[in-house]
Design a protein around this ligand. Structure first.
Ligand code: XMP
Length: 322
């Protein structure tokens, strides 16, 4: 297992880092074609810009619409990159992912199903279509740490688990950000000319909204958590936090609406203060702001009768629920 040497945000010479990584990508790829999947998160955005700096048109960038992204996300991200001169093709993979998630309730099985849908099915087809031998991706050190420690199988970690992507999927993976943590990636993203909406963007996990659904991620439940996420992100926009999220619980509870019993849904709000996602504490949001958010969630998301705020820290909690 190759040892990854950390570069801390404080010690990094950002210009030198970018220069070296561009040279490294060119050297690995030679004259070939490479693909990458852009989700709009800071990691995949930084890697997209690095790749384009190194390879220009020889990097084919795709946005995988897996049906578990947030409201309007595919179009928003494509338009940000269009302004930067980077062409992004949207791939409609909604049916593949929904199918892969069918009947799965166990968290690690859910993560594995998403990994397989991305790497075997969707990227496998894109590699065939484009003739690429490499996938460029924005794995960071925290992804590896948690996977190796057996805490969560991050959707994008292979080699450290003894999986050879070439053997398993038929292509090699290049990971230029693997020595960095989130704060370091933000510095690189800023230096690469990405707008603040991207380099300051809140992290969003690879398994997307499925990481925020306890139990089966059906079309209906995905749509419920998507609505809750939209409202939560609007309401908490001014809160300075590392990350905030809405989680859909599996258990229902008795509520009442219009004087009738409603055996309804529970949404858990999480909002985290953190520097690099290794440790996190709940943000001290004002009770008024929480109440306003809860009122909107029960009014605007059909079926929701209970809203809670998680006040446990990581560890022993983790940031996502799945
Ligand atoms: P946890 O839930 O492990 O989250 O405390 C720590 C940070 O990592 C993000 N996260 C992921 N990111 N692939 C990713 O790219 C994943 O599978 C994944 N799981 C969690 C999470 O949103 C948080 O910022």
């Amino acid at each position: 297992m190759p040892e990854v040497k950390e570069i801390t945000a404080g010690s990094m010479n950002t210009e030198e880092f970018i220069h070296n990584k561009v040279a490294e990508i060119r050297q690995i790829v030679g004259s070939g074609v490479v693909i990458n999947a852009l989700s709009g998160g800071v990691d995949s955005s930084a890697v997209t810009m690095l790749g384009h700096k190194a390879l220009e048109d020889r990097l084919k960038t795709y946005f995988i619409d897996n049906g578990i992204m947030r409201q309007g996300e595919p179009q928003q991200i494509v338009s940000v990159f269009e302004k930067l001169g980077v062409k992004v093709e949207i791939i409609d993979a909604r049916a593949e992912f929904l199918n892969a998630l069918k009947g799965i309730t166990d968290p690690e099985e859910k993560r594995e199903a998403i990994t397989q849908a991305f790497y075997k099915k969707v990227f496998g087809n894109l590699v065939k279509k484009s003739g690429a031998k490499y996938l460029l991706q924005g794995t960071i050190l925290t992804d590896i740490d948690e996977t190796v420690a057996g805490i969560k199988r991050q959707h994008n970690v292979f080699e450290q688990l003894g999986i050879d992507p070439q053997e398993a999927f038929g292509y090699k993976i290049i990971e230029p950000l693997v020595q960095l943590r989130k704060d370091g990636v933000r510095k690189v993203a800023l230096a690469l000319g990405l707008p603040s909406s991207i380099y300051n963007r809140m992290p969003f996990p690879g398994p997307a909204l499925a990481a925020r659904i306890i139990g089966e991620a059906t079309q209906e439940r995905i749509s419920l958590v998507r609505k809750a996420t939209f409202i939560l992100e609007q309401e908490l926009e001014s809160v300075k936090a590392f990350q905030y999220m809405a989680i859909l619980h599996n258990d229902r509870v008795t509520g009442m609406r219009d004087n009738k019993r409603e055996f309804g849904q529970q949404i858990e709000i999480r909002c985290w203060d953190s520097i690099d996602a290794r440790k996190a504490h709940p943000t001290q949001i004002s009770f008024g702001a929480l109440e306003k958010l809860a009122n909107r969630l029960v009014r605007e998301v059909p079926g929701v009768v209970s809203v809670t705020y998680n006040i446990a820290s990581k560890p022993p909690s983790t940031m996502e629920a799945v």
